[in-house]
Design a protein around this ligand. Structure first.
Ligand code: C5P
Length: 223
């Protein structure tokens, strides 16, 4: 896609609020939105449904290459199935971070992610938006918060969706997932030198969105 189409890359750990902030920024600018984590979650769901083992690299890569993912009107589809909520379970979260460690799975999902770069612009969120997928993004943000605050936010989300959860398990799972995402050899999660840090431990969504829009505004007016 046109490299001239502007991109805001928002990376950060699980449940840091990236999704909400990125969607609101995209809506405010009238830009497209990419939830890259959903693609890894879809591969994990496809693997769970097909009974594929997390160690079976060949079949995981095959699932990623043939992934029939569709995003429409806020809903996510795997083939014909609406799986918007099904990909948010803890089982899919853990599975996603496992499949995300396989370099060939990441390679298979690269073109799918870049295809989201369409005029007038794209707000993309994930772990490697600024480093690998859109290294030329005009604005890169590293959005984070403490593990405890992130676990509380995830608990609230899950309860709202009627998915049973418990805070201790969530903190433990988040820490394990953070460690796997940060320590993996391929596309590890880390703050890039050219990314702005946005810590939302004590910041509300409105303030976080306003900050990203202010940074984007500075960029636009300095060009
Ligand atoms: O962002 P979300 O929690 O939905 O992502 C699920 C998992 O997918 C993450 O734990 C991470 O391992 C993986 N992921 C990734 N690269 C991305 C987005 C997500 O490795 N760009």
């Amino acid at each position: 896609m046109s490299a001239a189409t502007p991109v805001i890359a928002i990376d950060g750990p699980s449940a840091s609020g990236k999704g909400t902030v990125a969607q609101r920024v995209a809506a405010a600018l009238g830009w497209h939105y990419l939830d890259s984590g959903a693609l890894y979650r879809l591969v994990a769901l496809a693997a769970l449904r097909a009974g594929v083992d997390w160690t079976d690299m060949g079949r995981l890569v095959g699932l990623a290459e043939r992934l029939d993912a569709r995003f429409a009107a806020g809903e996510i589809f795997l083939g014909r199935d609406r799986v918007t909520d099904a990909i948010r379970t803890e089982e899919c979260s853990t599975g996603a971070s496992r499949v995300a460690g396989v370099p060939e799975v990441r390679a298979a999902l690269l073109a799918k992610q870049r295809a989201f770069r369409q005029p007038p612009g794209l707000v993309a969120e994930g772990r490697d938006m600024g480093s690998i997928v859109f290294p030329d993004a005009g604005l890169k943000v590293f959005l984070t918060a403490s593990a405890e605050v992130r676990a509380e936010r995830r608990l609230k989300q899950l309860i709202e969706k009627g998915i049973p959860a418990n805070i201790q398990t969530l903190v433990r799972d988040l820490r394990e997932r953070d460690a796997r995402d940060a320590e993996r050899p391929v596309a590890p999660l880390r703050q890039l030198p050219d990314a702005r840090l946005l810590d939302t431990t004590t910041l509300g969504v409105d303030e976080a969105v306003a900050q990203v829009l202010a940074w984007q505004g500075e960029r636009a007016s300095s060009r």
